[in-house]
Design a protein around this ligand. Structure first.
Ligand SMILES: [Zn+2]
Length: 381
């Protein structure tokens, strides 16, 4: 490479960096005037002017009031759509999501065909085609999966919950069918992105532990401002760590995994057995707790088990915040006091800081996968 090329590629890199800064800023603190964007991002005003022109042409941003040329800028939220697909056992959810991360529409497929690997893979393509074909303004396709995903290749290494999902090159399969930007991500990591990219914050979070209590127990980490997936893409897989000694059998074939104590099905099971009820979801738990206050004791016990791996993660990573996601605020409010108590009981060291636990947005994995896709596209030179 000669000197001119080096200067040119350096300029391209800098321009991409500035473009990304403007988009991320508008996503979290819009509307903003051009001069405000320049100050906030530390970019020269002339560069902002030229980048804003480019971004308006792409229709990624727009004037807040289109009739006034000096109007503040906002993300052009309703021109582009992201097709985001969430895979679950026996169910595929497809949502169209705008550039502000808001869900515009949702379709759910529940079908016998989802019980086999081939049927499931065909159904993914069918769901995506339905939204992508014949539609304009598709920004890209995002897929979130309850399973181990190799971040670079988009290969699903395995998923206990989906039929024979082992070493499936999901990203490649989708790239063969669809000519648009595509991401494939683990559902729990995707959820973390929705908290990072789509929530308005004053300052960016540098370190976090993300936990979700759903049909299993998922977790993921953010370290030094970046999601951390580990050497094999499995960092934060705590659902199948041993977290009790009652001999409970797990769907993975082992005993006493955390999921057998602290997942939604496990908690509902405990409630149903002890109180003779028939609860199946976190909504059922919320609806019944007033009438059956003993439910709180069972939730507190689930927190004791969850605190076993979580307290180790906290002492290893010293996070700014723990984010609980993919359930309603009302449900997590029932868990937080017991969870704080159970964690502090396990930490004998001189910990003077109050543990910061916040509740993430709902539908976070399907929105977070879309957020990751936007982030990838926004970063491109
Ligand atoms: Zn297990």
């Amino acid at each position: 490479m000669n000197t001119t090329d080096t200067i040119h590629s350096e300029q391209t890199r800098k321009r991409a960096e500035n473009r990304y800064a403007i988009l991320r800023t508008l996503q979290s603190v819009q509307p903003m005037k051009r001069t405000e964007v320049a100050d906030y991002c530390g970019i020269r005003k002339s560069s902002v002017t030229s980048l804003v022109e480019e971004l308006m042409e792409k229709r990624w941003i727009r004037l807040e009031d289109e009739s006034r040329p000096r109007s503040p800028l906002v993300i052009n939220e309703n021109f582009w759509r992201i097709v985001s697909i969430q895979l679950d056992p026996g169910k595929i959810t497809t949502s169209l999501i705008n550039l502000q991360g808001k869900i515009q529409s949702t379709n759910i497929l529940k079908d016998k065909s989802l019980s086999t690997k081939d049927g499931y893979l065909k159904a993914i393509i069918k769901c995506a085609s339905k939204e992508i074909k014949n539609k304009k303004n598709i920004f890209g396709l995002a897929l979130s999966i309850p399973g181990m995903i190799e971040p670079e290749t988009g290969i699903c290494i395995n998923s206990i919950n989906l039929p024979e999902f082992e070493n499936i090159p999901l990203l490649e399969l989708l790239q063969e069918k669809f000519n648009c930007p595509i991401v494939v991500e683990n559902d729990v990591r995707a959820s973390l992105y929705s908290s990072l990219f789509l929530e308005a914050r004053n300052t960016a979070i540098e370190s976090a532990i993300y936990i979700d209590v759903t049909s299993g127990v998922g977790s993921t980490l953010m370290v030094n401002g970046k999601p951390f997936s580990g050497a094999h893409g499995t960092a934060g897989e705590i659902g199948h760590l041993v977290a009790g000694n009652s001999g409970r059998i797990c769907r993975c074939g082992q005993r006493d995994c955390l999921e057998t104590y602290s997942s939604i099905p496990a908690i509902c099971n405990d409630i149903n057995e002890k109180l003779g009820l028939d609860l199946n979801s976190s909504l059922d738990i919320i609806d019944n707790i007033e009438k059956h206050p003993q439910i709180q004791e069972i939730l507190d016990e689930a927190c004791e088990h969850l605190a076993i791996p979580l307290s180790s993660m906290i002492s290893f990573t010293d996070p700014e915040v723990i984010i609980l996601g993919n359930q309603s605020r009302a449900f997590y409010k029932l868990l937080i006091p017991a969870l704080k108590k159970a964690i502090s009981k396990r930490q004998n060291g001189p910990s003077t800081r109050e543990l910061s636990i916040e509740i993430g947005p709902e539908h976070s994995s399907i929105r977070g996968a879309a957020a990751l896709l936007m982030d990838n596209v926004f970063k491109q030179p």
